[in-house]
Design a protein around this ligand. Sequence first.
Ligand SMILES: [Zn+2]
Length: 387
Amino acid sequence: MTKTLFTNIGSLVMPAAEVGVLETLSNAAFVVEDGLVTWVGQADAAPSCDSFVDVAGKCVIPGFVDSHAHLMFAGSREQEFEARMAGVAYSAGGIKTTVAKTRAASDQELRDNAQKLISEFYQSGVTHFEIKSGYGLDVETEVRSLKIAREFTEDTTFLGAHVVPAEQDPDAYVELVSTTMLDAVQPYAKWIDVFCDRGAFTLAQTRKVLEAGIAQGLLPRLHANQLENLGAIALAVELDCASVDHCTHLSDKDIEMLASSNTVATLLPGAEFSTRSDYPDAKKLFAAGVAVALATDCNPGSSFTTSMPFCIAVAVRDMGFTIDQAVWSATRGGALALRDSSRGTLSVGSRADFAILDAPNHLFLAYRPGVQLVTSTYVAGKKVYGR
Ligand SMILES: [Zn+2]
């Protein structure tokens, strides 16, 4: 088995188990063997290896874990964005435009679009990601979407309950999602998700879909409280959702419930940025001890970004995160939101998923917004991007 030493690391960032806390090691090195980290320490104490990579004093961070991404779609909606920036209010209905294009797209078009976005993920330092369906909204296209998503990640999410398709009665559609559609996608989905919000699904409909998914062995997660608070946090906690995503509108009681649960609050700065909406207050969540994740919410309607560094910069600038908290949330927090303990940090036994930054430390991620700081990205010890 080949042992590779990554050495001369100016600052090695190791997100701790404690929420929001980063440990850093200067003059560091680590050893990668068979895709895993097998040793971490001071460079001058490193064991002998078969090969080595000199990082030249740069900062190394664990790869970002994007726990919320909608990559199965076709087309784009830049005119809708332009109109919104000119003052038209955001509503969930624009999804229907993408649904029509996704249904009409071939498997290869869907695969190529996802592959392009995944290449962008690697360029931004994202090494692992979830992929949702939810732009098919019929049995055939939801199955196609999840089958293709499975080619790229084990974390595939069935989001048949994204919106009610134009031609259908809401309750009849919820019945379809919970029975025939669920049966058909089950072999290709790990997670089940519902958009519980104004213009999407009610709390009762959300419960019905999630419970049907759980009965089929899928694990629950939720889009909720983006536009309004329909009381979804209590449901998410009751059903042990791995994560409830958006969380823009939370009551104090919601925050208390999240703090005493295993449900992560995933914040999506790109969504508020791209819809010019009020940001949630991360300070309150961290003060209460809630585990927080940051994700891109990459989708063609309300957050068309694959850049986790951009999300970190916005989270720090506008959502009350410290830089350490933001980096923690984009790495260990994201892994927690996928109930995955093998990712999101760099310690002995963790996967060798990491990014090298052209910066002396991780503070530059927020301090230099919009700048391409990631020079190379590795998944399981193999370079997937960079020079
Ligand atoms: Zn989303």
